[in-house]
Every structure is written in structure tokens, then in C-alpha cells.
Write a protein that binds this ligand. Sequence first.
Ligand code: HEM
Length: 400
Amino acid sequence: MTTSTTPSPFTETTGPARHAAFAELATTGPVQKVMLFTGVPAWVVTGYAEARELLAHPALVKIEGGGPHMDAMPPDLNAAMNTHLLGTNPPDHTRLRRLVTAAFTVRRIEALAPRVQEITDALLDALEGEGDGPVDLVDGFGFPLPITVITELLGIPPGDRADFRRWSSVTVNGTVHPPEVYVDAARSMVGYVRELIGAKRADPGDDLLSALIAVHEGGDRLSVDELTSMVFLLLVAGHETTVNLIVSGTYALLRNPDQLALLRAEPDRLPAAVEELLRYDGPVQVTIPAVAAAPIDVGGVTIPAGEIVLPALLAANRDPSRFPEPDRLDITRPSNAHMAFGHGLHHCLGAPLARLEGRIALGTLINRFPRLRLADPAGEPARNPGLLMNGLVALPVVLG
Ligand code: HEM
């Protein structure tokens, strides 16, 4: 097992150091057993082919019921928060995904484009109104855009969004809060969502939550715990990730002026540019922890049954055997089959929405502000610490 003297990608706080630590880990093999900073051993998968193989492997299963850090949570709250797609395996996962897919239609997502544009424009108006000084792209743009979109999509009334944002942030970062703070936020959020479900059931709207309540197939429908957990998952997955695409994407373009200039000159390249930004510095570092249900042979090693496996999407997306010159941002890169949205059964359900938001947010920002620049071009902005996400704490920029 790799010892603590080896650089740990998860504790590095800048992008270049994090990518370099993953690259260093990859030099010892595509599948490595390491001791995580949390004191738990896990198999970290840095190879593209190996990560892809594992994510599609029937013996690699998600940890059900929220995992060990939910010990402090009363069972009824745990069930209301963790009976969702990322905490289930077939056949439960298959059933849930089918029911949700029926409500999360392409038509519903495409219809959001004008509204995403309006929210984007309003947020940029507000940032511009702050004057000539630096503004923080995380607080002022990257974070409020996706949370507004997902809460509107779900049908959460505007006046309740601030509470919801607070509960979500506490519950997502559960392990860094004292258990009573965490349990309190969870109780408030679950209570709120249960009431909202009751209200939507009595008086359905044209929103995703009403559609999820109404969806049924051959007599099957989502239970209240399943609905509550789904709202929780969509809310968290719907904004904690997209903020990183918008902010890290802007940062990568500002650090690569030739690519930014090409994109401004040829706006048709925007969809391909978003894919390259997802590959180059994606929002999700490793997928949600999974365990080997049986021994798995992969990349020249055997992962024993019961051990934790972490496919590292960030490293797989820079595997030189799949992507030539992986550390170069190249928006013209052909065949960009990155894994930023995962792979296999749990492949991101919200990818079309994330792409829509990423294209509108990045396209509007760079075209509206031709002089957009980093407030501190010499510095390297800090990343949020932690296992799962890869994103900047703040990104001060000057708009014009
Ligand atoms: C799953 C990435 C945005 C909803 C996933 C997974 C990844 C991912 C890597 C697989 C996790 C695993 O296997 O453990 C991203 C990225 C996003 C993004 C990079 C933004 C750029 C969204 C949005 C939504 C969403 C906007 C919803 C509105 C989901 C859901 C799942 C999921 C529900 C679970 C699917 C399942 O288990 O079947 N996402 N996501 N995501 N994502 Fe996203």
C-alpha cells in the first residue's frame, strides 16, 4: 500500500498540484491501493481503460443506505435522504432510474434554455453593477445559476430557496459539522420536502417534483422516502457540480488565451469547448465510493471482495494512453470521450442540463465581457479540500 509520504491528490489545494499528484500516483500503476486522508484504505483507479471497465463491472456496487458516516442519523431521516440512485444497486436502482427518467425528459430540459439565459443575464447584470473592482465568480455567478435553475425546475418557491441552500450545504458537508448540526439540517430539509410533496400532490404544478409524484409505470410509483431522497439528490448533484464546470471552465480559458480567442472567434466550437473543459479539469474528482462485491481482476491486480474502489475521473481524463498531450487544453480535440459524467449504470442523469447550463453560462460570459481577466494573474486559486469534488473556493475576476 502506498504510504503517507506519497503525495495525496485529495489533500492538494491547487489544481496543478492535484493533477501532478494524480499523475505521480499513475506512474506506479493504473489501480493503486492507498490510505486516504480519512484513514480508510481504498483502491484509487487512475487509468482510463481501467476506470471505464470498473464503472461498468457488475461486481462493483454502490454502498447502500448512505454509508458509515450516516451513523449519527436517525433511521427515518437516513431513509428519507439516501433511498436514491447513488445509494442503490440493481434491481432497486433500475426501477428508480426508470421512474425518474420518465419525468426528467429531454423536452423538459430543452424548454429551460430561455430561462437559463435569463437567469445568466440577470446575474451578470448584477455583477456588472458592482462597479469596476474584482468580483467573485463563484458567489456571484457559478453558484447561484445552477441552484436557481434546479430549485425552479423542482418547483421550490423562491422565498424558500435560501433555507434550502443552507440545509443542502450543511448536509453535503456532513462530516465537517458536529452531528447535531448535521441532523438538525437534515430534519428541517426532510420536513420541508415532505410538506412540499403533500402540497404538490394536492395541487400539482408544471414542475419536475409534480411530474415525479405523478409518474407511474404498471402500478409502480415512487414512495415518499424515494421522492424525498430524489429531491435531495437532484438538488445536490444539480448544483455542487455545475458550479465547478462554470468556474473551473472560465479559469482554464483565462489561463489559455489562445483557446479563449479561438472560441470567441468561432462560437460554433462552444459545445466541443465545454466537453474539453469537462475533460481538462472536471467537477467530480472520484465517483461516489463503491465496493467490490466479489474479487475483481483489473489492471494487473486483484481487488479483494469488500474493499473500497474509487475510480478517479480527474486522472482517467488525463490518461496519456487515451488523450495525447493530456495536460494541454485543446478545444479542437477529436474523439473526446471523457468520463466527467461517470460511466455505466450511474452515468449522470443530469448531463444534458449540465451541458445546457455550461454552454449558456460560459458562452454568455466570454462574449459579453471581451476584457474579462483574472484579478490575480500571478496567483493560483485554492481548491476546496475533500474527496469527491474538484472546484475553486473563489475566483476573483475583473469583468471589463
Ligand atoms: C451522477 C457528474 C450535473 C444529476 C453523476 C455522476 C457523475 C456526475 C460523475 C456519477 C457518479 C457515480 O457514479 O458515483 C456531473 C457533472 C455535472 C453534473 C460533472 C456538471 C457539470 C448534474 C445535474 C444533475 C445531475 C445538473 C441534475 C439536475 C445526477 C444524478 C446522478 C448523477 C441524479 C445519479 C445517477 C445514477 O446513479 O443513476 N453526475 N453531474 N448531475 N448526476 Fe450528475
